[in-house]
Design a protein. Structure first.
Length: 254
């Protein structure tokens, strides 16, 4: 009788401005192997407070193996080099070491949008797409993942391009839509301006749009007029967790 290969798994944690979510990921399917558990992001979101939540998720799952974590900042060699929407004390912090010390796991940390990008490229909207793919996540900020033939160019940070004299994410994130009470039509005008700018810079083959607001993509994607095809993300809420687990398993280094 042929022996069935055991599927590979890793634990993924997605750290965002409002929530910290985690689950064991089935890396063959690109799907969650356990139910996603979510805790609110502590405020202030200091390294100690966030690390406590990560440790809790891992402990409650009884996990001791490979652990991937997303972080909403520039990450190089496990160290955070920015902190646009998290506590400023993260800048210069070795995120990898903080999480390794508290969990004892084999940790890999990467930018949140980069994690979503590799997950969408392997299992979702950008699967099998050659050439330049840009994933943009619209949430508290704007995150980006730049991929060439499925390979990630890390830390692209396109949310901080200048738009109408300010940081693009301060004009066109979904948090700004809520804060300023913009209708989809009003907000889509800003997204149009932003995405045309990105399009002029990179002439991508495909845009993938993610973040919570991509669930309602039928309300705003039809309002955009771009030369590049635009697809909503397919892994939705799980893209960060899946991408983090992939990075941990593949010893992804940025
Ligand atoms: C950060 C990025 C992050 C994005 C989405 C931006 O403010 O600079 O690193 O990917 O927000 O969370």
């Amino acid at each position: 009788m042929p022996t069935r290969r055991k599927s590979s798994t890793a634990f993924g944690v997605d750290i965002g401005g409002s929530g910290i979510k985690g689950a064991i990921v089935d890396l063959d399917k690109g799907d969650l192997a356990t139910e996603r558990v979510k805790y609110l992001t502590p405020h202030p979101s200091t390294p100690e407070a966030v690390a406590d939540v990560v440790a809790r998720l891992v402990r409650e799952a009884g996990w001791t193996g490979e652990l991937g974590a997303t972080f909403p900042a520039v990450i190089k060699n496990g160290v955070a080099h920015s902190a646009a929407n998290v506590d400023k004390s993260w800048i210069g912090t070795d995120v990898d070491k903080v999480f390794t010390d508290i969990t004892g796991c084999d940790v890999t940390v990467l930018n949140d949008a980069d994690a979503a990008g590799i997950a969408e490229a392997r299992f979702g909207a950008a699967k099998g797409v050659e050439g330049v793919v840009i994933l943009l996540t619209f949430g508290t900020g704007i995150g980006s993942a730049l991929l060439l033939d499925g390979q990630l160019v890390p830390n692209s940070e396109l949310g901080h391009l200048e738009l109408d004299g300010s940081d693009a994410e301060k004009r066109a994130s979904s948090a700004v839509k809520d804060d300023e009470g913009l209708s989809y039509k009003q907000w889509a005008k800003r997204v149009q301006k932003y995405m045309s700018h990105v399009e002029r810079l990179f002439t991508p083959d495909l845009f993938v749009v993610g973040g919570g607001i991509s669930k309602n993509s039928d309300k705003w994607l039809p309002l955009l007029s771009l030369n590049t095809p635009v697809k909503p993300a397919e892994l939705l809420n799980n893209a960060g967790i899946v991408g983090a687990a992939m990075a941990a398993h593949e010893k992804f280094a940025v």
